[in-house]
Design a protein around this ligand. Structure first.
Ligand code: NVA
Length: 313
């Protein structure tokens, strides 16, 4: 069976661990594996804005020995000019894998059903699983290895209903983390995602907590994360969201509730003075730049894993 990465729980705990260990290995030696040598092409498609994801996937595919084939989402108009099904069939005949950033989760699921090659979610409205792999690899490096993640506490404050919160729940639970989400009641994570994360955590020794109290979420945490209050596609809700989310701002006062040496994560782009203060993002506890670099190493590890397991090899 062809392996895909559409949401964080597409990797089992042991698969995730292998990918994280490989990500750390890629950081030490950028060419430790070259599964795309030939070169074979990987289609990278964006229907939403991007910086890190485009740079890290195109650089990573080239470093894996492959050819990053950037497909402009505005030109391709997948699902409008041509159906997702037909696009999947056409791409799957030519490229080794498909990386896609789009809106609905159902679209990427449909792509995976007919492509016949690995499909990777480069962010949808519901999940951002590649970012969580980068975050987990960053934490693993700082904690002393992928085996050190289990049992640590990761708090996320802000929009609990967005792709990052959902991916922290699933990916964090898979890693055996105690995942805490602190968000306003009307921006709580989707109940199905909380349910699935709770189920995974029961197997990995992690746990899941959802609270409206940001101090409770952060109390004693080993790592604290946040994300923009206004995700791509929600720009017209900016004004109303600011008033609701301001108590969840990741600032020096809130960070004091975490462990004294807690690491601060932000997937970027960051809006200083909104979801995070400059003092925290640019402060000594921030690992945001390591995290941005780990997009490269983690995605190379993921592609290597998908390409060398299942039917794709
Ligand atoms: N939640 C954000 C993540 C950006 C990387 C968004 O979807 O815009």
């Amino acid at each position: 069976m062809t392996k895909h990465f559409l949401r964080d729980d597409d990797l089992t705990p042991s698969e995730q661990r292998q990918v994280l260990e490989l990500a750390l290995a890629f950081k030490k030696d950028r060419h430790v594996q070259t599964p795309l040598r030939g070169p074979r092409a990987v289609a990278v498609i964006f229907d939403k804005p991007t910086l890190r994801t485009q740079v890290s996937f195109t650089t990573g595919i080239a470093e894996l020995g492959g050819y990053p084939l950037l497909v402009d989402g505005n030109l391709a108009q997948i699902g409008k000019r041509e159906s997702i099904a037909d696009t999947a069939r056409v791409l799957g005949r030519q490229v080794a894998a498909i990386v896609w950033r789009t809106f609905e989760q159902s679209a990427i699921t449909e792509m995976s059903e007919l492509a016949g090659v690995p499909v990777v979610n480069a962010l949808t409205d519901d999940f951002h699983p590649c970012q969580i792999l980068a975050d987990l690899a960053t934490l693993a490096e700082h904690f002393g290895g992928a085996g050190e993640l289990s049992g640590k506490t990761l708090a996320y404050v802000g929009d609990g209903a967005n792709n990052m919160a959902h991916s922290y729940l699933l990916g964090g639970a898979t890693a055996g983390l105690h995942v805490r989400i602190g968000s306003p009641a009307q921006y709580s994570p989707a109940p199905q995602v909380v349910g699935r994360a709770t189920q995974i955590a029961a197997q990995t020794g992690g746990s899941v907590t959802v609270t409206t109290d940001p101090n409770e979420a952060v109390a004693g945490a080993d790592a604290v994360a946040t994300d923009t209050w206004v995700s791509m596609g929600r720009e017209d809700e900016q004004a109303e969201r600011r008033d609701i989310f301001i108590p969840y701002q990741l600032n020096t006062e809130l960070l004091q509730h975490a462990k004294a040496d807690a690491l601060v994560l932000h997937c970027l782009p960051a809006y200083r003075g909104q979801e995070i203060t400059a003092a925290v993002l640019d402060g000594p506890q921030s690992v945001a730049w390591d995290e941005a670099e780990y997009r490269l190493h983690a995605q190379k590890a993921l592609l290597t894993y998908l390409l060398t397991h299942g039917d794709a090899q």
